[in-house]
Write a new protein. Structure first.
Length: 311
Protein backbone atom coordinates (compact mmCIF):
# COMPACT_ATOMS: atom_id res chain seq x y z
CA UNK A 1 0.00 0.00 0.00
CA UNK A 2 1.56 3.38 -0.97
CA UNK A 3 2.57 5.79 1.76
CA UNK A 4 0.57 8.98 2.26
CA UNK A 5 2.32 12.19 1.20
CA UNK A 6 4.22 13.96 3.95
CA UNK A 7 2.40 17.16 2.95
CA UNK A 8 -0.97 17.16 1.21
CA UNK A 9 -2.89 20.30 0.23
CA UNK A 10 -6.30 20.07 -1.40
CA UNK A 11 -8.29 23.02 -2.74
CA UNK A 12 -6.49 25.55 -0.55
CA UNK A 13 -8.04 29.01 -0.44
CA UNK A 14 -6.62 31.99 1.43
CA UNK A 15 -8.06 35.49 1.19
CA UNK A 16 -6.80 38.88 2.26
CA UNK A 17 -9.26 41.78 2.28
CA UNK A 18 -11.69 39.67 0.32
CA UNK A 19 -9.18 38.84 -2.42
CA UNK A 20 -8.06 35.24 -2.92
CA UNK A 21 -4.26 35.12 -3.00
CA UNK A 22 -4.44 31.32 -3.01
CA UNK A 23 -7.35 29.98 -5.01
CA UNK A 24 -8.07 26.24 -5.01
CA UNK A 25 -4.44 25.14 -4.93
CA UNK A 26 -3.40 21.46 -4.74
CA UNK A 27 0.06 20.39 -3.61
CA UNK A 28 1.73 17.20 -2.42
CA UNK A 29 5.24 16.59 -1.13
CA UNK A 30 6.71 13.17 -0.41
CA UNK A 31 9.23 11.92 2.10
CA UNK A 32 12.73 11.56 0.71
CA UNK A 33 12.16 14.24 -1.93
CA UNK A 34 12.89 17.93 -2.42
CA UNK A 35 9.78 19.74 -3.63
CA UNK A 36 10.43 23.21 -5.05
CA UNK A 37 7.51 25.65 -5.10
CA UNK A 38 8.28 28.31 -7.69
CA UNK A 39 6.43 31.46 -8.65
CA UNK A 40 6.79 35.20 -9.24
CA UNK A 41 6.46 37.68 -6.40
CA UNK A 42 2.87 37.70 -5.21
CA UNK A 43 2.05 34.32 -6.77
CA UNK A 44 0.79 32.86 -3.49
CA UNK A 45 3.62 30.43 -2.82
CA UNK A 46 4.71 31.89 0.53
CA UNK A 47 1.11 32.04 1.77
CA UNK A 48 0.67 28.40 0.75
CA UNK A 49 3.77 27.36 2.66
CA UNK A 50 2.71 29.42 5.70
CA UNK A 51 -0.60 27.53 5.74
CA UNK A 52 1.37 24.28 5.70
CA UNK A 53 3.53 25.54 8.57
CA UNK A 54 0.48 26.43 10.66
CA UNK A 55 1.33 30.13 10.61
CA UNK A 56 -1.91 30.96 8.77
CA UNK A 57 -5.30 29.29 8.87
CA UNK A 58 -6.85 28.43 5.47
CA UNK A 59 -10.14 30.00 4.44
CA UNK A 60 -10.99 26.90 2.41
CA UNK A 61 -9.67 23.48 1.49
CA UNK A 62 -7.58 21.14 3.60
CA UNK A 63 -3.92 21.02 4.62
CA UNK A 64 -2.31 17.97 6.16
CA UNK A 65 1.27 17.56 7.31
CA UNK A 66 2.18 14.01 8.35
CA UNK A 67 -1.56 13.40 8.34
CA UNK A 68 -2.27 16.18 10.87
CA UNK A 69 -3.82 19.64 10.68
CA UNK A 70 -0.90 22.11 11.07
CA UNK A 71 -3.10 24.61 12.95
CA UNK A 72 -5.18 22.35 15.20
CA UNK A 73 -2.34 19.86 15.78
CA UNK A 74 0.51 22.35 16.01
CA UNK A 75 1.84 20.99 19.32
CA UNK A 76 1.98 17.43 18.01
CA UNK A 77 3.71 18.48 14.79
CA UNK A 78 6.26 20.83 16.31
CA UNK A 79 8.90 18.16 17.12
CA UNK A 80 8.68 16.71 13.59
CA UNK A 81 8.70 19.89 11.49
CA UNK A 82 11.52 22.34 10.80
CA UNK A 83 10.77 25.83 9.50
CA UNK A 84 13.14 28.39 8.00
CA UNK A 85 11.48 31.71 7.30
CA UNK A 86 12.90 34.11 4.71
CA UNK A 87 13.32 36.83 7.35
CA UNK A 88 14.83 34.37 9.81
CA UNK A 89 12.16 34.81 12.50
CA UNK A 90 14.90 34.78 15.15
CA UNK A 91 15.10 36.90 18.32
CA UNK A 92 17.54 39.67 17.54
CA UNK A 93 19.15 40.10 20.94
CA UNK A 94 20.56 36.59 21.37
CA UNK A 95 23.98 35.44 20.21
CA UNK A 96 24.09 33.11 17.22
CA UNK A 97 25.57 30.02 18.88
CA UNK A 98 23.47 30.49 22.00
CA UNK A 99 20.38 30.45 19.79
CA UNK A 100 21.36 27.20 18.11
CA UNK A 101 22.25 25.49 21.40
CA UNK A 102 19.00 26.67 23.01
CA UNK A 103 16.86 25.22 20.22
CA UNK A 104 18.83 21.95 20.20
CA UNK A 105 18.01 21.39 23.88
CA UNK A 106 14.31 21.35 23.02
CA UNK A 107 14.69 18.06 21.11
CA UNK A 108 15.29 14.56 22.43
CA UNK A 109 17.76 13.61 19.68
CA UNK A 110 19.21 16.74 18.09
CA UNK A 111 22.03 16.89 15.59
CA UNK A 112 25.47 17.55 17.02
CA UNK A 113 25.58 21.34 17.21
CA UNK A 114 29.38 21.53 16.95
CA UNK A 115 29.32 19.64 13.67
CA UNK A 116 26.36 21.62 12.34
CA UNK A 117 27.95 24.94 13.30
CA UNK A 118 31.20 23.97 11.58
CA UNK A 119 29.45 22.86 8.39
CA UNK A 120 27.49 26.09 8.05
CA UNK A 121 30.35 28.33 9.15
CA UNK A 122 28.56 29.58 12.28
CA UNK A 123 31.73 29.60 14.38
CA UNK A 124 32.90 32.74 12.57
CA UNK A 125 30.03 34.72 14.15
CA UNK A 126 29.08 32.50 17.09
CA UNK A 127 29.24 35.33 19.68
CA UNK A 128 27.57 37.95 17.48
CA UNK A 129 23.97 38.87 18.22
CA UNK A 130 21.39 38.13 15.55
CA UNK A 131 20.68 41.82 14.94
CA UNK A 132 24.33 42.37 13.92
CA UNK A 133 24.50 39.46 11.47
CA UNK A 134 24.55 39.97 7.73
CA UNK A 135 21.64 38.66 5.69
CA UNK A 136 23.55 35.58 4.61
CA UNK A 137 24.72 34.85 8.15
CA UNK A 138 21.14 35.06 9.43
CA UNK A 139 20.07 32.63 6.74
CA UNK A 140 22.73 30.11 7.75
CA UNK A 141 21.73 30.37 11.40
CA UNK A 142 18.03 30.04 10.52
CA UNK A 143 18.77 26.91 8.50
CA UNK A 144 20.74 25.39 11.36
CA UNK A 145 17.88 26.11 13.78
CA UNK A 146 15.37 24.57 11.35
CA UNK A 147 17.21 21.26 10.93
CA UNK A 148 18.89 20.71 14.31
CA UNK A 149 15.94 18.67 15.61
CA UNK A 150 16.15 16.06 12.80
CA UNK A 151 12.73 17.01 11.36
CA UNK A 152 10.71 14.68 9.15
CA UNK A 153 9.36 17.67 7.19
CA UNK A 154 11.40 20.82 6.49
CA UNK A 155 10.04 24.07 5.05
CA UNK A 156 12.72 26.36 3.63
CA UNK A 157 11.74 29.81 2.34
CA UNK A 158 14.48 31.18 0.06
CA UNK A 159 17.17 29.25 1.96
CA UNK A 160 20.15 30.64 0.03
CA UNK A 161 19.01 34.27 -0.26
CA UNK A 162 21.84 36.71 0.40
CA UNK A 163 24.49 34.00 0.60
CA UNK A 164 27.88 33.90 -1.07
CA UNK A 165 28.72 30.95 -3.37
CA UNK A 166 30.57 29.01 -0.66
CA UNK A 167 27.61 29.27 1.70
CA UNK A 168 25.15 28.21 -1.00
CA UNK A 169 27.17 25.07 -1.70
CA UNK A 170 27.09 24.16 2.00
CA UNK A 171 23.34 24.80 2.17
CA UNK A 172 22.44 22.65 -0.81
CA UNK A 173 24.71 19.84 0.36
CA UNK A 174 22.84 19.84 3.66
CA UNK A 175 19.47 19.91 1.88
CA UNK A 176 20.44 16.85 -0.16
CA UNK A 177 21.47 15.03 3.00
CA UNK A 178 18.11 15.81 4.61
CA UNK A 179 16.35 14.38 1.57
CA UNK A 180 18.57 11.30 1.44
CA UNK A 181 17.86 10.77 5.14
CA UNK A 182 14.14 10.48 4.36
CA UNK A 183 12.89 13.99 5.14
CA UNK A 184 10.38 15.78 2.97
CA UNK A 185 11.94 19.12 2.00
CA UNK A 186 9.65 21.85 0.68
CA UNK A 187 11.44 24.97 -0.49
CA UNK A 188 10.70 28.20 -2.28
CA UNK A 189 13.38 29.94 -4.31
CA UNK A 190 13.81 32.45 -7.10
CA UNK A 191 17.07 30.82 -8.19
CA UNK A 192 16.01 28.60 -11.07
CA UNK A 193 19.42 27.00 -11.61
CA UNK A 194 19.53 25.83 -8.00
CA UNK A 195 15.95 24.55 -8.12
CA UNK A 196 16.76 22.65 -11.31
CA UNK A 197 19.79 21.10 -9.66
CA UNK A 198 18.33 20.07 -6.31
CA UNK A 199 14.57 19.51 -6.79
CA UNK A 200 13.01 16.09 -7.32
CA UNK A 201 9.57 17.61 -7.88
CA UNK A 202 8.67 21.14 -9.01
CA UNK A 203 5.39 23.02 -8.62
CA UNK A 204 4.99 26.30 -10.53
CA UNK A 205 2.44 28.65 -8.96
CA UNK A 206 0.96 31.93 -10.16
CA UNK A 207 -2.16 33.90 -9.25
CA UNK A 208 -2.81 31.45 -6.42
CA UNK A 209 -3.10 28.34 -8.59
CA UNK A 210 -0.78 25.64 -9.89
CA UNK A 211 0.29 26.15 -13.51
CA UNK A 212 2.46 23.06 -13.84
CA UNK A 213 3.95 20.28 -11.77
CA UNK A 214 6.33 17.38 -12.31
CA UNK A 215 9.96 16.40 -12.24
CA UNK A 216 12.49 18.74 -13.85
CA UNK A 217 12.90 16.50 -16.94
CA UNK A 218 9.12 16.31 -17.33
CA UNK A 219 8.74 20.09 -17.20
CA UNK A 220 11.63 20.66 -19.59
CA UNK A 221 10.11 18.28 -22.13
CA UNK A 222 6.51 19.50 -21.83
CA UNK A 223 5.19 21.24 -24.95
CA UNK A 224 8.52 21.15 -26.76
CA UNK A 225 8.87 19.67 -30.23
CA UNK A 226 11.81 17.29 -30.82
CA UNK A 227 14.83 19.16 -32.13
CA UNK A 228 13.69 22.52 -30.78
CA UNK A 229 15.16 22.39 -27.29
CA UNK A 230 18.51 24.08 -27.85
CA UNK A 231 19.18 27.60 -26.63
CA UNK A 232 22.09 29.70 -27.87
CA UNK A 233 23.17 32.35 -25.36
CA UNK A 234 25.28 35.12 -26.90
CA UNK A 235 27.30 37.35 -24.58
CA UNK A 236 28.48 40.63 -26.10
CA UNK A 237 30.83 43.42 -25.11
CA UNK A 238 28.18 46.10 -25.60
CA UNK A 239 24.41 46.54 -25.59
CA UNK A 240 22.52 44.98 -28.46
CA UNK A 241 18.93 45.19 -29.68
CA UNK A 242 18.05 41.78 -31.20
CA UNK A 243 15.05 42.96 -33.21
CA UNK A 244 16.77 42.62 -36.58
CA UNK A 245 18.16 39.20 -35.70
CA UNK A 246 14.64 37.88 -35.31
CA UNK A 247 13.94 38.87 -38.89
CA UNK A 248 17.23 37.39 -40.14
CA UNK A 249 16.73 33.97 -38.51
CA UNK A 250 13.02 33.63 -39.28
CA UNK A 251 9.89 32.57 -37.46
CA UNK A 252 11.26 29.20 -36.35
CA UNK A 253 13.39 30.91 -33.72
CA UNK A 254 12.64 32.90 -30.60
CA UNK A 255 15.17 35.69 -30.07
CA UNK A 256 15.11 37.52 -26.75
CA UNK A 257 17.18 40.09 -24.94
CA UNK A 258 18.24 38.51 -21.66
CA UNK A 259 20.15 41.61 -20.52
CA UNK A 260 21.80 44.57 -22.17
CA UNK A 261 24.83 42.52 -23.13
CA UNK A 262 23.37 39.08 -23.78
CA UNK A 263 20.63 37.57 -25.89
CA UNK A 264 19.18 34.11 -26.45
CA UNK A 265 18.21 32.26 -29.61
CA UNK A 266 15.90 29.31 -29.00
CA UNK A 267 14.90 26.78 -31.64
CA UNK A 268 16.45 24.05 -33.77
CA UNK A 269 19.90 25.56 -33.37
CA UNK A 270 22.47 24.19 -35.88
CA UNK A 271 25.94 25.48 -36.88
CA UNK A 272 24.37 27.68 -39.55
CA UNK A 273 22.27 29.38 -36.85
CA UNK A 274 25.40 30.24 -34.90
CA UNK A 275 27.14 31.51 -38.04
CA UNK A 276 24.17 33.68 -39.02
CA UNK A 277 23.96 35.16 -35.52
CA UNK A 278 27.69 35.90 -35.40
CA UNK A 279 27.61 37.48 -38.87
CA UNK A 280 24.64 39.67 -37.96
CA UNK A 281 26.46 40.95 -34.86
CA UNK A 282 29.69 41.51 -36.80
CA UNK A 283 27.83 43.68 -39.30
CA UNK A 284 26.95 45.94 -36.38
CA UNK A 285 30.48 45.94 -34.92
CA UNK A 286 29.27 44.10 -31.83
CA UNK A 287 32.02 42.02 -30.25
CA UNK A 288 30.96 38.54 -29.09
CA UNK A 289 32.70 37.62 -25.83
CA UNK A 290 31.18 34.17 -25.31
CA UNK A 291 28.75 31.72 -26.89
CA UNK A 292 26.91 29.12 -24.82
CA UNK A 293 24.84 26.44 -26.48
CA UNK A 294 22.63 24.44 -24.17
CA UNK A 295 19.29 22.82 -23.64
CA UNK A 296 16.09 24.39 -22.41
CA UNK A 297 16.32 25.30 -18.74
CA UNK A 298 13.89 25.49 -15.85
CA UNK A 299 14.12 29.28 -16.13
CA UNK A 300 12.84 29.03 -19.70
CA UNK A 301 9.92 26.90 -18.50
CA UNK A 302 9.19 29.31 -15.68
CA UNK A 303 9.14 32.34 -17.98
CA UNK A 304 7.01 30.54 -20.54
CA UNK A 305 4.43 29.73 -17.86
CA UNK A 306 4.39 32.96 -15.86
CA UNK A 307 5.27 35.54 -18.51
CA UNK A 308 8.23 37.85 -18.95
CA UNK A 309 6.82 41.18 -17.80
CA UNK A 310 7.84 42.70 -14.49
CA UNK A 311 5.45 42.39 -11.54
Amino acid sequence: MPHSPAVEVRGLVKRYDGRAVVDGLDLTASAGQVTAVLGPNGAGKTTTVECCEGLRAPDGGTVRVLGLDPVADAAALRPAVGVMLQDGGLPTGVRAREMLDHVARMYSRPLDTDTLAERLGLDAFARTTVRRLSGGQRQRLALAVAVVGRPRVVFLDEPSAGMDPQSRLAVWELVRELRDGGAAVILTTHLMEEAEDVADHVVVVDHGTVLARGSVPELLAAGVEPGSTATLVVHTASDVDPTGLRERLGERFVVERRSGTSLTVTGAVVPATVATTAAWLAERDVLVTRLDLGRRTLEDVFLDLTGRSLR
